[in-house]
Design a protein around this ligand. Structure first.
Ligand code: C2E
Ligand code: MG
Ligand code: MG
Ligand code: MG
Length: 282
C-alpha cells in the first residue's frame, strides 16, 4: 500500500508537467514584447458564401512566430494569456489589425466581413463595448462588417452579465457568432436566449458528414434549427469538395476550411481576392 502511495506521489511529480508550466510562464512574460516586436501577428482565413461561391470575408487568427521555438499555436498561449490577464492587450492588437484590414478592403469597394475571436472572459466587463465602438470609428468600418466569435463556455452559460454585454455589442451593430458550436454546454434554452446572429458548427461534426449518417443528421438539423431562429450558419473545417457540396445542399450559409484557404498573411488573402475578382470580371 505504501509503495502504491509512493507511486502515486511520483506520478504527481511529473517533470514534464513542471517543464510545461515553466514554459508557459516564460511565454506569458513575453506576450507584451512579442506584440510590440511584431512576433505576434494576425493570419486571415477566408470564408466562402456557399450560394454565390465567393469569398465574403475572413477570420482573424493570431500567430506567434517565436524566434527560438518557431510557430506557437494559439491553442497553447491563449488559455495561458486568459489566466494571466494578458488577453486584453492581445485582443486589442488582433482587433486593430483585423478592423484596419477590413476597412481597407471595403474601402476598395469589395464587400468584406471580418471575424475576430473574443475570450468569454472579456465579456465580464463593459470595456469591450466602448473599445469596439472606438475602433470602428477610428478605422471607419461599418459595424455590420465585424463579427465577434465567442465560444460557448461554462462561464457564459451561467452568466447574465455576458449576455448583457453581448446585447450591448449587438446594439452597436456588430454580429455575434457562437464558435465551435456543438462541443460546449449549450442547451436549447441557451441557444434561444443568447443574442447571437450566427452559429459556427465545429469541425468535429463537419469533417464526418460524408461518412457518418448521424453526423450528417446532426449538422442538417442544426442548420434547420439555427435558420428557424433567424441565425446564419457557418461550417468550420471544410477539407473536401464532397463536404462542401453536402453543406451547400443542406442550405448552410458559409464555409471555412483548408479546401477554401488556410489562414494566411493579409497580402496573400488580398491576392486571392484580386484573382477571384478578375475571374468574375472575365
Ligand atoms: P477557432 O476560432 O475555432 O478557429 C478555427 C481553428 O481551426 C484555427 O486554428 C484554424 O487554423 C483551424 N482550421 C481552419 N480550417 C481548418 C481545416 O480545414 N482543418 C483543420 N484541421 N483545421 C482548420 P488556430 O488558428 O490554431 O486557432 C485555434 C483556436 O485559438 C481558435 O479556434 C480560437 O479559439 C483561438 N484563437 C485564435 N486566435 C485568437 C485570438 O485572436 N483571440 C482569441 N481569444 N482566441 C484566438
Ligand atoms: Mg473562431
Ligand atoms: Mg471555431
Ligand atoms: Mg473549432
Amino acid at each position: 500500500d505504501e509503495a502504491k502511495e509512493e507511486g502515486l506521489r511520483w506520478k504527481e511529480f511529473d517533470p514534464a508537467k513542471l517543464k510545461d508550466a515553466a514554459w508557459k510562464l516564460s511565454l506569458l512574460g513575453r506576450i507584451d514584447s512579442a506584440i510590440d516586436s511584431g512576433e505576434m501577428w494576425v493570419a486571415y482565413q477566408p470564408k466562402l458564401d456557399l450560394a454565390t461561391r465567393r469569398i465574403i470575408g475572413a477570420e482573424a487568427l493570431v500567430r506567434w512566430s517565436h524566434p527560438e521555438k518557431g510557430e506557437i499555436s494559439p491553442a497553447e498561449f491563449i488559455p495561458a494569456a486568459e489566466q494571466a490577464n494578458r488577453i486584453e492587450k492581445l485582443t486589442a492588437h488582433v482587433l486593430d489589425d483585423a478592423v484596419r484590414a477590413a476597412a481597407a478592403i471595403n474601402g476598395r469597394g469589395v464587400d468584406f466581413d471580418i471575424a475576430v475571436n473574443l475570450s468569454a472572459r472579456l465579456l465580464d466587463g463593459t470595456d469591450i463595448v466602448d473599445q469596439i465602438r472606438d475602433l470602428l470609428a477610428k478605422h471607419r468600418l461599418p459595424a455590420n462588417k465585424l463579427t465577434l466569435e465567442v465560444t460557448e463556455s461554462a462561464a457564459m452559460v451561467s452568466s447574465n452579465q455576458s449576455f448583457e454585454v453581448l446585447e450591448q455589442l449587438r446594439a452597436v451593430g456588430v454580429n455575434i457568432a457562437i464558435d465551435d458550436y456543438g462541443t460546449g454546454f449549450s442547451t436549447l434554452e441557451y441557444l434561444k436566449k443568447i443574442p447571437a446572429t450566427e452559429i459556427k458548427i465545429d469541425r468535429g461534426f463537419v469533417r464526418m458528414i460524408d461518412r457518418s449518417h448521424s453526423d450528417k443528421l446532426m449538422v442538417n438539423s442544426t442548420i434547420q434549427l439555427a435558420h428557424s431562429l433567424g441565425r446564419k450558419v457557418v461550417a468550420e473545417g471544410v477539407e473536401s469538395e464532397e463536404i462542401l457540396e453536402a453543406l451547400a445542399a443542406m442550405g448552410c450559409d458559409d464555409a471555412q476550411g483548408y479546401l477554401i484557404g488556410r489562414p494566411m498573411k493579409l497580402r496573400a488573402l488580398i491576392k486571392q481576392l484580386i484573382l477571384e475578382y478578375r475571374k468574375i470580371a472575365a
